[in-house]
Design a protein around this ligand. Structure first.
Ligand SMILES: NC(=O)c1ccc[n+]([C@@H]2O[C@H](COP(=O)([O-])OP(=O)(O)OC[C@H]3O[C@@H](n4cnc5c(N)ncnc54)[C@H](OP(=O)(O)O)[C@@H]3O)[C@@H](O)[C@H]2O)c1
Length: 213
């Protein structure tokens, strides 16, 4: 299958690209820095600012047919209770957490709807289940991203395509473990394990994850 990773140059992006390639898929890696993308194992690499809808539409025209979109663009800002939830942080988070998801799904959903087994997946946060004041901007926008993806599922309801949300508390990579050998990273999800879970979405649909009406 042909799968695009939006935000492919993070540790999770690297691990996911490798897992998909190992499973025999074509991987299109997208990020805002060609230098960082150059380090990602992929079938194709596209530098694109995913906050820019016109740029994403141009990307979609170049990419063509697609079976999967894995949206991994992240980022975190927060702290300091409600008083610390600044407008600047909200705007920064909104552009990345929601804006890049809105742009990529609007540009790629139609192609994914034409696939026999399309998948659009995002990584959300367990914080949406128990919002805190210091994390208010972030969790509100993660909840918005989940709602947007549900609406994408509605748009694709007449197709075989599925939308998938995986919630994690925090991610950890081997490099982070090596840098802090005494830290436990309790409750963290290993990027290699999450990458395997994401790759498995293209092998066997999870029960109950088909789009509702
Ligand atoms: N890290 C955690 O602990 C954690 C916790 C809960 C949920 N999550 C979620 O898990 C997913 C992955 O998280 P992460 O920490 O690996 O994310 P990340 O480190 O923030 O990585 C973001 C990726 O998106 C790319 N990117 C950022 N802005 C972009 C833009 N404007 N256009 C194109 N690409 C852009 C970055 O690469 P370039 O800068 O090279 O473009 C990078 O590859 C995210 O959805 C995140 O919200 C993460």
């Amino acid at each position: 299958m042909r799968i695009l990773i939006a935000g492919a140059s993070s540790a999770l992006g690297h691990a996911t690209a490798s897992a998909l390639l190992d499973a025999g898929h074509d991987v299109i890696a997208v990020g805002s820095s060609a230098d960082r993308l150059g380090l990602v194992d992929a079938t194709g690499r596209f530098e694109c600012d995913l906050t820019d809808l016109a740029a994403v539409e141009q990307l979609a025209a170049e990419v063509g047919e697609l079976d999967g979109l894995l949206h991994l663009v992240g980022g975190w800002r927060g702290g300091g209770g409600l008083a610390g939830q600044s407008d600047d942080d909200w705007a920064w988070l909104e552009a990345r957490v929601v804006g890049t998801l809105r742009n990529t799904t609007r540009a790629f959903a139609e192609a994914i709807g034409r696939s026999d087994a399309g998948v659009i997946a995002i990584i959300s946060s367990t914080g949406v289940e128990k919002p805190t004041a210091g994390n208010a901007n972030y969790v509100a926008l993660k909840a918005a991203a989940e709602a947007w993806l549900a609406a994408v599922g509605h748009a694709l309801r007449a197709t075989p395509a599925r939308t998938v949300v995986h919630r994690v508390k925090a991610l950890v990579s081997d490099a982070e473990r090596a840098a802090q050998p005494d830290r436990e990273f309790a409750g963290f999800t290993d990027v290699t394990e999450l990458a395997a879970t994401l790759a498995a979405e293209f092998a066997a649909p999870a029960p109950g994850s088909a789009n509702g009406g």
